[in-house]
Design a protein around this ligand. Structure first.
Ligand SMILES: C[S@@+](CC[C@H](N)C(=O)[O-])C[C@H]1O[C@@H](n2cnc3c(N)ncnc32)[C@H](O)[C@@H]1O
Length: 207
């Protein structure tokens, strides 16, 4: 999908639907939080949530004392919703409105988190552009936590086709620089109580 069409799609979603009217809403982003805590166990990590949207992950990270948190999304409306929910705490977060396939990272992070953004990249050229940014923005020894629909998950998300992965196929897509260190399936319950199978994969950047 063209960048402009992609952005228009997501702005429309976030300006017409409430927080719990989207299938990916989670009251508590527990699997992501657990994996971030594990990956950043002994230090104060710099974390970026790619395609973070209006997710409550950022609220939880601030509440748990993480001090260096960035949320990137191509929808300004999504980030505005998250900022408004956070109130004064929004100033403790860096917010970036950008497309993850064209963004120019200005710094490096210890943890790259992506729940349900990468799987929208169904064209090889978009995946390559995303991975080039991942390689630039993730420190050596840092962790990429990427959650996509699993091979037996839905074929579409928000009306758009997705690419589904298990940890092996995602690892092949990312390339040898990224070593798989953990994988787990997660059954997500949508706000209307249907089930979606996700695969969470954690990779360490080796070089
Ligand atoms: C299914 S939602 C998931 C949102 C959030 N990660 C969560 O778990 O609640 C996908 C998000 O990815 C964002 N997105 C999709 N394609 C993107 C891209 N190429 N660059 C940046 N964000 C993107 C959308 O705007 C949307 O907020």
């Amino acid at each position: 999908m063209e960048d402009a069409g992609r952005q228009a799609h997501w702005e429309n979603v976030y300006t017409t639907k409430g927080e719990n009217e989207v299938s990916w809403f989670q009251q508590s982003p527990a699997p992501s939080l657990e994996l971030i805590v594990q990956a950043g166990a002994t230090r104060t990590p710099a974390i970026i949530d790619i395609g973070g949207g209006a997710s409550r992950l950022v609220d939880n990270l601030i509440e748990q004392g993480f001090e260096d948190v960035t949320v990137l999304d191509l929808s300004g409306a999504a980030l505005a919703a998250a900022k408004s929910r956070l109130g004064a705490d929004a100033e403790r977060v860096s917010w970036i409105v950008a497309d993850a396939t064209t963004w120019e990272p200005g710094r490096a992070y210890d943890i790259w988190h992506d729940r349900a953004a990468f799987h929208f990249l169904t064209e090889a050229s978009d995946r390559a552009a995303y991975i080039a940014r991942l390689e630039r923005a993730l420190k050596i020894g840092g962790h990429a936590i990427i959650a996509t629909f699993a091979p037996d998950g839905p074929e579409k998300c928000s009306g758009l086709p997705v690419a589904r992965y298990d940890s092996a196929s995602l690892g092949r897509t990312l390339g040898a620089t990224f070593k798989l260190v953990h994988t787990q399936r997660h059954e997500h319950a949508t706000p209307w109580d249907s089930r979606q199978n996700f695969q969470f994969s954690v990779f360490r950047r080796e070089g």
